[in-house]
Design a protein around this ligand. Structure first.
Ligand code: ATP
Length: 193
């Protein structure tokens, strides 16, 4: 399971997906664009656009599919609910939750995080930190459970920076897959205000 707002999906997400599939020898990596996540204050782009962009971005990654179920849930979406559904749908499967280090830092505040760590192996990928970021990630804050790291060279790219650049009319072609760049352009997704 690899969840995210994907507003928009970028080369860091795609690199993480590829690394996870290869290093963890996954039968399937399922990408879940999140609904209106409770921990993100900002209004997200429409669900249909984020789903379409995720499909474009991850179509080239082997063993990877995009699952839009969280976008259909009314109200906030929770990772633990999706993991429970996957457990029921794939009895006996080994489930892994793939996340970047910034999300891992926040994991202790996620709903039923102890349960998340019981259901799924947590696979954390390094993420380049802004220079002014706070304390270094402390793994002891993670709920107890199995882990499998994903090795990823730090990629200093974020959706926030892409939205900013797109709104300013700056080039984003190095930061998102080409079909995603075309989609953003065609649908005027990140206009300047
Ligand atoms: P925003 O800037 O809007 O907060 P984001 O770039 O963090 O967005 P998300 O969609 O929130 O993107 O991220 C989905 C998942 O991908 C999270 O687990 C996040 O940690 C991870 N991730 C995002 N960008 C990177 C990156 N450059 N390197 C490693 N992991 C990343």
């Amino acid at each position: 399971m690899f969840g995210g707002a994907f507003d928009p999906p970028h080369v860091g997400h795609v690199a993480l997906a590829r690394a996870a599939v290869e290093q963890l020898a996954l039968d399937e990596l399922r990408v879940f664009p999140t609904g209106q996540a409770w921990h993100k204050a900002r209004d997200l782009s429409p669900a249909a656009d984020r789903l379409a962009m995720a499909r474009l971005a991850f179509s080239e990654v082997p063993h990877t599919t995009v699952d839009g179920r969280e976008l259909q849930r009314a109200g906030p979406t929770y990772t633990v609910d999706t993991l429970r559904e996957l457990q029921r749908e794939f009895p006996g499967a080994v489930l892994l939750l793939v996340i970047g280090a910034d999300q891992a830092e926040a994991l202790h505040s996620w709903r039923e995080n102890g349960e998340i760590a019981r259901i799924a192996t947590i696979s954390i990928a390094a993420r380049a930190r802004p220079v002014n970021a706070g304390a270094i990630f402390d793994p002891s804050r993670l709920p107890p459970g199995p882990r499998e790291p994903v090795e990823l060279p730090p990629m200093p790219v974020s959706s926030t920076e892409i939205r900013r650049r797109a709104a300013a009319g700056e080039d984003i072609s190095q930061l998102v897959p080409a079909p995603v760049a075309r989609y953003i352009d065609k649908h005027h997704l990140y206009p300047s205000h």
